[in-house]
Design a protein around this ligand. Structure first.
Ligand SMILES: [Zn+2]
Length: 86
């Protein structure tokens, strides 16, 4: 997963398909990966993503799981965030 995310940004569903694991497990792994790349002086970044209903932009999300609902319009049509290692 570290190799994939060092080369390109991918979201939870793409990672789940590429690695043959459940999307739920992808998010667990991301937390561990964030720690191990930090030791190498790198960062696992969550790219800005939007609510598809109102366009609200999520800029400073700390958790790797996608939000279930938009805090602005309260709808559940939120885009999956993509991650990359930089
Ligand atoms: Zn919204």
């Amino acid at each position: 997963m570290i190799g994939l995310l060092s080369e390109q940004s991918m979201n939870g569903r793409e990672l789940s398909k590429a690695l043959g694991i459940r999307e739920r497990e992808v998010y667990d792994h991301l937390t561990h990966i964030a720690r191990s790349v930090a030791r190498q002086g790198k960062r696992l970044t969550i790219l800005p993503f939007q609510c598809m209903a109102c366009g609200y932009e999520f800029k400073e999300r700390r958790r790797y799981t996608p939000p279930g609902r938009c805090p602005h319009c309260k709808k559940g049509h939120v885009e999956r965030p993509a991650y990359s290692i930089t």
